[in-house]
Design a protein around this ligand. Structure first.
Ligand SMILES: [Zn+2]
Ligand SMILES: [Zn+2]
Length: 100
């Protein structure tokens, strides 16, 4: 698979929703291909510290998978991890700026 952000080859699967929701990402195939740079590298998702940025990337990945971010959070995540959904909602609405 090629990186969904830059098209580079030899990418690996990144779980759109990680941590406690990683299994949910597996179950619903919420996985996108990312190259090393865009995954754990200097310009990668896992280097992001700002919750709003993290939520923005998650939203971008959902869009790439043809999914609406808010609906995905509500329909998929909320069933399994209410806390995760609440945190995302607060971040997207500027109520919660911190990230773990
Ligand atoms: Zn890339
Ligand atoms: Zn990842």
């Amino acid at each position: 698979m090629n990186c969904c952000l830059c098209g580079k080859e030899n990418s690996i699967g990144h779980h759109v929703f990680g941590g406690a929701s990683r299994l949910i990402s597996d179950k619903y195939r919420l996985v996108v291909p990312l190259c090393h740079y865009h995954h754990t590298g200097a310009g990668g998702f896992h280097q992001l510290k700002d919750g709003r940025e993290i939520a923005k990337w998650e939203r971008k990945f959902c869009k790439m998978l043809g999914l609406d971010y808010n609906k995905t959070l509500r329909a998929v995540i909320s069933k399994h991890n209410r806390e995760y959904l609440d945190k995302r909602w607060k971040i997207l609405h500027g109520i919660w700026a911190d990230w773990e």
